[in-house]
Each structure stands twice: as structure tokens, then as C-alpha cells.
Design a protein around this ligand. Structure first.
Ligand code: APR
Length: 309
């Protein structure tokens, strides 16, 4: 069987950690690319040297040369600036639009058929930039945000109830930012909705902490943003594609009329399998949830305009 090839662009905190998760999951061969000379090579070599201990035969290469990404099955884009305390993800837009545009031109050149997972922020706008500049099929471009936001949500629910994270199912819709829409009514523990298990005030507290989950970590780190959970989330999406698992994962996918929205990449529940985004899962929303989702979509549209792409 042919081994999968995963290219990770940006060998910083998120990129290098994603390479680590991909190696541990034995997803295939990994190419780490960065503009900084020596950094992808050094991190790639260090990872490769950990593979005998991990017992995994992944070929891991670090490079500044995009030609080495040729014919990758999956490309994960993490290139770009992270935020610092006091910054919103949206504050990164000008600089990261330029970086992501350049990166996209290289993807077009070397791996136009890959499944593309975008992680750079502001997420929803960067997915738009990749799609617009690269003109890839809409089912082959997706943004990583929902799996991360939902993982934060699940962590806090499991802590509040003292139960295993494995038994907590939860997801958020909408953009990756202040307008994200956590949906407590669809979150459950062992199949029981959390609205039956936790008081309203506690759920509100958890929703608020989830919405500020990224900022909470930026404020603690002071020099950058989260990377263990974001990279794990991106690799969960990559795995579903590579292994055709058909997972239902919250992610920024292209909407073509679903939920009454057309022509926008925004956070929804999507099925990821061997054909990329295979399906968007639609389900009923209350008027309040619809309003919150629409506000989030409007914000994403505004951000996309700011990119001037
Ligand atoms: N091509 C390739 N790599 C680039 C480019 C480029 N044009 N421009 C910048 N980079 C690299 C940087 O050299 C750096 O190594 O992107 C890497 C980013 O790494 P970090 O600064 O450690 O940032 P990180 O925490 O990994 O976050 C990356 O993901 O979660 C988002 O908001 C976050 O936008 C940020 C991105």
C-alpha cells in the first residue's frame, strides 16, 4: 500500500507539533516547510531521530523548498503570525493574508490535488484566501477551528461533571472567534444532553470559557498562542481523510445553501472522508441559534472583504 504524504507548511509551534501528532499516529511520511532556514530541517531531523523510540517508520523531512511537497495527499497550512496578549485573531489579518497567499501559490504549483487543512488565523478568512487564490475544488479545502473549540468545550464539560472526556460529545458552529456558537442542547454525556445534567449558569460559564479558550492560553503564554490542541485537531481531520474514516467533525467548510448560507466557508458539522468534505450535516436550529449563526456568518463575510483578495 502506498504511504500517505503529509506536508505541513510553517514549522513553528503548531506545525512542528502537528508533525509530531502525525508521526505518533503513523499517518505517513511528513514534509515540514518553513521560510526560516534551518528550523524545519532541525525540527524534522529531531523528530526523525525520535522515530526509533516511538517505533514508527515515518520519513520526516524538513526543508525550505516547496518542490519537496510535490504530490502530497494532505497539506496543512500553519504559516503565519500567532497572536500576543491583547490581540484578537482578526488583528493578524493583513500580515497573514500576505503569507497565506504566497503559500497558496506554492500549493497550486506542487500539490493541487491535496486535501488542504488551514490553521492560520484569522481562520475563516484564511480559508477564503486559500480557496480564492488557489481555485481548488470546494470539497478539498477546510479550516481547522471547530474541532479545537469543541475539544475545549468537551474538556470543560468533562471537568464539571467529573466524567471521561471520551463520553462527552459537543460541538460549536460558526466562525473561530468571539461569534462562535456553542450549542449546549446538542452536547451530551453518554447520550444525555448536558442541559439535563448541569445547571444553566454552569453551562453559560463553560460556553464563555470555550469562547475565550484561545485568549486564555495567549494570556498565560504571553509570547504566542495555543499549539498542542490546535495541532491535534488538524491531525484528527487529516486522519479522517487519509483513512477515509468519514468522521463527523466541526470545521470551516464551504456552504452551498446549507443553513440558508451560500458561498462562505464557516464552521459547521461536516463529514470528512477520502473525497474530502463529503457532506454537511444539517439539523434544526432555534430562532436564537439561527440568529447567532447568522451573526457569525456576517462577521466572517466582513473579514473576507478585509483581505481584499
Ligand atoms: N512560508 C512558510 N512559513 C512561514 C511563512 C511563509 N511564507 N511565513 C511565516 N512562516 C512560518 C514562520 O517562520 C514560523 O516558523 O510560520 C511559522 C509560524 O510559527 P509560530 O510563530 O510558532 O506560530 P504558531 O503558534 O505555530 O501559529 C501559526 O496558526 O493557530 C494559528 O494563530 C496561529 O496564525 C497562527 C498560526
Amino acid at each position: 500500500m502506498k504511504r500517505s504524504k503529509i506536508t505541513i507548511i510553517g514549522a513553528g509551534h503548531v506545525g512542528a507539533t502537528a508533525a509530531h501528532w502525525a508521526m505518533i499516529k503513523n499517518l505517513g511520511d511528513i514534509v515540514l516547510i518553513d521560510i526560516q532556514e534551518g528550523v524545519p530541517q532541525g525540527k524534522g531531523l529531531d523528530l526523525l531521530e525520535s522515530s526509533p523510540i516511538a517505533g514508527i517508520d515515518s520519513r520526516i523531512t524538513g526543508t525550505n523548498n516547496y518542490a519537496e511537497a510535490k504530490d502530497s495527499d494532505v497539506v496543512i497550512v500553519t504559516a503565519g503570525l500567532p497572536r500576543k496578549p491583547g490581540m484578537s485573531r482578526d488583528d493578524l489579518i493583513a500580515k497573514n493574508t500576505e503569507i497565506v497567499k504566497n503559500v497558496t501559490e506554492q500549493i497550486v504549483k506542487y500539490c493541487p490535488k491535496a486535501f488542504l487543512i488551514i490553521v492560520s488565523n484569522p481562520l475563516d478568512a484564511m480559508v477564503y484566501v486559500v480557496s480564492k487564490v488557489g481555485k481548488f475544488p470546494n470539497n478539498m479545502v477546510v479550516g481547522m477551528a471547530g474541532v479545537l473549540d469543541s475539544a475545549r468545550f468537551r474538556t470543560f464539560i468533562s471537568e464539571a461533571l467529573g466524567v471521561s472526556v471520551e463520553d462527552v460529545s459537543a460541538f460549536v458552529l460558526g466562525g473561530h472567534g468571539d461569534t462562535m456558537v456553542p450549542l449546549p442542547r446538542y452536547c451530551s454525556v453518554g447520550g444525555i444532553p448536558i442541559t439535563e445534567l448541569l445547571p444553566k449558569e454552569k453551562i453559560e460559564e463553560i460556553v464563555k470559557r470555550t469562547r475565550n479558550g484561545g485568549a486564555e492560553i495567549v494570556n498565560l503564554l504571553k509570547t504566542g498562542s495555543a499549539y498542542y490542541a490546535p495541532s491535534a485537531a488538524a491531525i484528527e481531520m487529516a486522519e479522517s481523510y487519509i483513512r477515509d474514516k468519514k468522521r463527523i467533525l466541526p470545521c470551516a467548510a464551504y456552504l452551498n445553501g446549507e443553513f440558508g448560507v451560500k458561498g462562505v466557508f464557516v464552521g459547521v458539522l461536516a463529514q470528512i472522508g477520502g473525497n474530502g468534505i463529503e457532506k454537511i450535516i444539517e439539523f434544526p436550529l432555534t430562532d436564537e441559534e439561527k440568529d447567532a449563526f447568522q451573526k457569525s456568518v456576517d462577521h466572517v463575510k466582513e473579514l473576507c472583504k478585509v483581505t481584499k483578495v
